[in-house]
Design a protein around this ligand. Structure first.
Ligand code: F6P
Length: 548
């Protein structure tokens, strides 16, 4: 079935469904949200969707019920539902790598069965989960001790990209559920300062390194892992036998794990059908599981599964990830919006935007379609943002009064993890007020009516008409974190199908890696190397060698 994905097809922009949207855009382009709300007071009743514990309000978008109907027709034309079903059925929809895309199996209950080439992958998933749980419990309960018999107090995950961002983001999101007597650190950058700062106050005999890498060949991770080995040996009197108690691995590559010197008995496996950026709920989440405990980790998996089920079964018009994906296409492809801001009003979610940057930009940052032709339309947007309210005092100015259209996702929680005075009401009041200000702005007449001097009126006028989605969740828990991540995973999937790109490869990261390999010896060698790069790169290398 997945072979169909390579077959020539009508370009989506040549379909009637696209043309209908283009005509509709001609009518909607200049319509203001003020008018949409004024002309349809009951608008809100239809532009809400709930899925598990997530509540999405999409009233404040430059859309009508007709827009949603046209976008749903486009999704049907692009076969979003069929492709989704192929993903869940274990078809090899990652056509350029000939792989299935089965992160949904990572959170399937043991009672379910998902087959890949006729073999049910769910029992393997649960077997690794049990192994992780046993290990996490032993570390947390001081049954797994360091080489000298000391309790493990520090867990350092070494990984990068999908092997870092997910566990790091989720650890920070759920730190309130974690064992606060332990330290969890994440080393990713090949900049030695990352390793230095993460370990400078740690003792080797109390530290466990989890080397997380799908391939176990990534330059940054292997460099940091080697440095960690030296650091640990130094702190453990050079005793090689100590390594077994202080290093474990998470990987799909047992051969490279063994080559590195980690006993594969201490390796936690995952599979090539889990993309790096879709792997935080696999063994890549081991550091998180040690932090929050296996039970909480399973709650998070249940949250992912809640949204998987919603995505798998809800009709397009009430399917939260599909709606978010389609509304994103509306701005990206018809209004020409180039970026999306993700603005969590939750301090624990400060790393969420970075996580979504990889999820969205590595998945849909493509300019070639599944047939190998130029994509012929705008694909993945730039994702950026930071936790509110800080952004309000930094970049919101540009969203409110700049010249760019920036759709925003606001994310907030009704109940805080800790009640601190009346901060929560202030936080949420800001969230709601920002979406209001962005949508409705302030007219020149309103500004004048406030007695503002005429010369200031243009400066203090807000055009409004800036679209926002508001995602309101009752509480930040492992389960709701799982739901939120799955929501965005499936939003990305929906958009990838509309744009006809393979959301599951990442060839674009290869070239820079290769070129770096050529430059490394030129920086390391004693004698002045013969350089044959472009003149700019040659000059940079010479300058670096001369000034280091
Ligand atoms: O360079 C991109 C990438 O391949 C990501 O897709 C991946 O998440 C990251 O590197 C890390 O890869 P690995 O887990 O194999 O070390």
């Amino acid at each position: 079935m997945a072979d169909d994905l390579r077959a020539p097809r009508q370009h989506i922009t040549a379909t009637d469904e696209w043309s209908a949207l283009a005509s509709h855009h001609d009518q909607m382009r200049d319509v203001h949200l003020r008018d949409l709300f004024a002309s349809d007071p009951a608008r809100g009743d239809t532009m809400l969707v709930e899925a598990a514990d997530l509540y999405l309000d999409y009233y404040k978008h430059r859309i009508t019920s007709e827009t949603i109907a046209l976008l749903a027709a486009l999704a049907r034309k692009a076969r979003v539902e069929e492709l989704r079903d192929e993903m869940f059925a274990g078809e090899r929809i990652n056509i350029t790598e000939n792989r299935a895309v089965l992160h949904v199996a990572l959170r399937a209950p043991a009672s379910e069965s998902i087959r890949l080439d006729g073999i049910d992958v769910v029992p393997g998933v649960h077997s690794v989960l049990r192994k992780m749980a046993g290990f996490a419990d032993r570390v947390r309960g001081a049954q797994w001790l360091g080489h000298t018999g000391k309790k493990i107090r520090n867990v350092v995950n070494i990984g990068i990209g999908g092997s870092d961002l997910g566990p790091h983001m989720a650890h920070d999101a759920l730190v309130d559920y974690s064992d606060r007597s332990m330290n969890f650190r994440f080393v990713s950058n090949v900049d030695g300062i990352d390793f230095y700062e993460c370990t400078r106050d740690l003792k080797a005999d109390e530290t466990l390194f989890i080397v997380s890498s799908k391939t176990f060949t990534t330059l940054e991770t292997m460099t940091n892992a080697r440095t960690a080995r030296e650091w640990a040996l130094k702190g453990l009197n050079g005793d090689e036998s100590a390594i077994a108690k202080h290093f474990v691995a998470v990987s799909t590559n047992a051969v490279e794990v063994a080559n590195f010197g980690i006993d594969t008995a201490n390796m936690f496996e995952f599979w090539d059908w889990v993309g790096g950026r879709y792997s935080m709920d696999s063994a890549i989440g081991l550091s998180l599981m040690i932090a929050i405990g296996p039970e909480r980790f399973r709650e998070m998996l249940a949250g992912f599964h809640d949204i998987d089920e919603h995505f798998r079964t809800a009709p397009i018009e009430s399917n939260m990830p599909m709606l978010m994906g389609l509304i994103g296409c509306w701005y990206n492809n018809f209004f020409g919006a180039e970026t999306v801001a993700v603005l969590p009003y939750a301090q624990y979610l400060t790393r969420l935007t970075s996580y979504f940057q990889q999820l969205e930009m590595e998945s849909n940052g493509k300019s070639v379609d599944r047939q190998g032709n130029p994509a012929g339309l705008q694909t993945g947007p730039i994702i950026w943002g930071q936790a509110g309210t800080n952004g309000q005092h930094a970049f919101y100015q540009l969203i409110h009064q700049g010249t760019k259209l920036i759709p925003c996702d606001f994310i907030g929680f009704a109940r805080p993890n800790h009640v601190v005075g009346d901060h929560q009401d202030l936080l949420l009041a800001n969230f709601f007020a920002q979406t209001q200000a962005l949508a409705f702005g302030k007219t020149a007449a309103q500004v004048r009516a406030e007695g503002v001097p005429e010369e200031q009126v243009p400066h203090r006028t807000f055009a409004g008409n800036h679209p926002t989605s508001s995602i309101l969740v009752s509480e930040l828990t492992p389960r709701t974190v799982g739901q939120l991540i799955a929501l965005y995973e499936h939003k990305v999937f929906t958009q990838g199908v509309i744009w006809n790109v393979n959301s599951f490869d990442q060839w674009g990261v290869e070239l820079g890696k290769k070129l770096a390999q050529a430059i490394i010896p030129e920086l390391r060698c004693e004698q002045e190397p013969r350089l044959s790069h472009d003149s700019s790169t040659n000059a940079l290398i010479r300058r670096y060698r001369a000034t280091r």
